[in-house]
Design a protein around this ligand. Structure first.
Ligand code: SP5
Ligand code: ZN
Length: 345
C-alpha cells in the first residue's frame, strides 16, 4: 500500500487544549504522526511519498472562501491584536445571537468559525492543515490511478471540520476534500466510513443533503460523548440525501465483539449502496488505552478490523483521523492497514 506523508504537520504543535472544562495538555500532537510513520517504516508496509500540491479549488469544493481566508490570515491578525501563543475562542453565536454577522475583531471571528474551545490555533496551523489536505488529495489520486488502496497519514485530522467551522482538533475536512476530488475525477458515488471514536460531525454536515456521498459512522453515543450535538441514530440525511447518512452510536465500554456487530451491519449497507470507492476516516481512539476515550478495542482487534474492511472489496482510501495513545498508535494504525492488505492478498 502506498503511503502519503508530509513533515509539514509538525508546524502545528499545540501545547494546551481546553477539554473537560479545563486547560489541559494537548493530545493532538506531532508525535502521533511520527510514531505511525516509524511503524510503517519498521514493518515495510509500503513506499512513503510526499504529497503533490493542488489548486485551492480542491478545498473550495468543501469549504467556503471566507473560512479559508480566515484560517490563512488568522496568525497575522492575532499578532496585530498584540496576541501571541495559542489561540482559543471564548464567545460563540449561541441561541439568540446572530450567526449571519462575521465580526471584524479577531475574537469575534474565532467564535464565528469555531464550534469548540478545544482546538488551539497556532502560527503554523494553516501550513499544517493545508499539507494535511494535500496528503488526503494525493492518496485519493493514487486510488483514482488504479491502486486498490492508499493511506493518507493526515495531521491535523479532519472529520470534525465543517464547511466553515473548525473544532475537535480539525481545520480542513481531509476525507470530505478527498471525496469531492474523487467525484470530480469521475467516481459516481463515494462512501465515507468513519470509524474514529468520535462522531464525524463535520463530514456528516457537509454531505447530509447529498445522495452521491454515503456517510456511515460508528462512534461513542453523543448523548454521553463529544461532539454531543450530532451523531444520533435518527439522523439519516436530509432532502436529496435522505437515506445517505447512517449513524451507529455505541455505548461506553464497547469491545470488539459488539463493535464488530455494528461494523458488520454497516458494511452490509455499504455493500448494497454500491459506491465505486470507499474512504475510511481512520481513527484509532477506539483503543482500550486511549487517554480520552472509552471503547475497548485491543491492538490485535485492529488487525481483525482491517480484515473486515476488505470484505466489501472496494478500492479504499484510508485517511488518518484521531487516536491519542501515542505509544501504541503506530502498531494499532498499521495493524488495521496490514489486516486489510493480508485479506486482499
Ligand atoms: C479527531 C478527534 O478525535 N477529535 C477529538 C476531539 C475531542 N476533544 C474533546 C475531548 C474530550 C475528552 N474527554 C475525556 C474524558 C476522560 N478524561
Ligand atoms: Zn476521535
Amino acid at each position: 500500500m502506498r503511503i502519503v506523508y508530509s513533515p509539514e504537520h509538525t508546524k502545528h504543535d499545540p501545547k494546551k487544549e481546553i477539554s473537560d472544562g479545563q486547560l489541559t495538555d494537548a493530545v493532538e500532537v506531532p508525535s502521533r504522526a511520527k510514531t505511525v510513520l516509524a511503524r510503517i517504516e519498521e514493518t515495510g508496509l509500503g513506499p512513503v511519498e510526499p504529497p503533490k500540491t493542488f489548486p485551492q479549488d480542491a478545498l473550495l469544493r468543501v469549504h467556503s472562501v471566507d473560512y479559508l481566508n480566515f484560517l490563512k490570515e488568522f496568525w497575522t491578525e492575532w499578532r496585530a491584536e498584540g496576541r501571541d501563543g495559542e489561540a482559543f475562542p471564548f464567545v460563540w453565536p449561541g441561541r439568540g445571537l446572530r450567526r449571519d454577522k462575521v465580526p471584524a475583531h479577531i475574537d469575534g471571528r474565532l467564535g464565528h468559525y469555531a464550534f469548540d474551545a478545544g482546538s488551539p490555533m497556532t502560527e503554523g496551523t494553516w501550513d499544517a492543515a493545508l499539507a494535511s489536505a494535500h496528503v488526503a488529495l494525493t492518496a485519493a489520486d493514487i486510488v483514482c490511478g488504479g491502486d486498490t488502496s492508499a493511506f493518507g497519514l493526515c495531521r491535523p485530522p479532519g472529520h470534525h471540520a465543517g464547511r466553515d467551522t473548525f473544532g475537535g482538533y480539525c481545520f480542513l475536512n481531509n476525507a470530505a476534500i478527498a471525496a469531492e476530488h474523487m467525484l470530480d475525477k469521475g467516481c459516481h458515488a463515494v462512501t465515507i466510513l468513519d470509524i474514529d471514536y468520535h462522531h464525524g460531525n463535520g463530514t456528516q454536515a457537509i454531505f447530509e443533503e447529498r445522495s452521491d456521498v454515503f456517510f456511515v459512522s460508528l462512534h461513542a453515543d453523543p448523548v454521553m460523548e463529544y461532539p454531543f450535538f450530532l451523531g444520533y441514530a435518527d439522523e439519516t440525511g436530509r432532502g436529496a440525501g435522505e437515506g445517505f447518512t447512517a449513524n451507529y452510536p455505541l455505548p461506553f465500554g464497547t469491545d470488539w465483539p459488539k463493535y464488530r456487530e455494528a461494523l458488520s451491519h454497516a458494511l452490509d449497507r455499504i455493500d448494497k449502496a454500491g459506491s465505486d470507492v470507499l474512504i475510511v476516516s481512520l481513527g484509532l481512539d477506539t483503543f482500550e488505552h486511549d487517554p480520552i476515550s472509552r471503547f475497548k478495542l485491543t491492538s490485535g482487534d485492529f488487525l481483525s478490523l482491517g480484515a473486515e474492511l476488505d470484505r466489501v472489496g472496494m478500492p479504499t482510501v484510508f485517511i488518518f483521523e484521531g487516536g491519542y495513545a501515542v505509544e501504541e498508535l503506530g502498531v494499532n494504525c498499521v495493524n488495521v492497514l496490514t489486516g486489510f492488505e493480508r485479506e486482499a492478498a
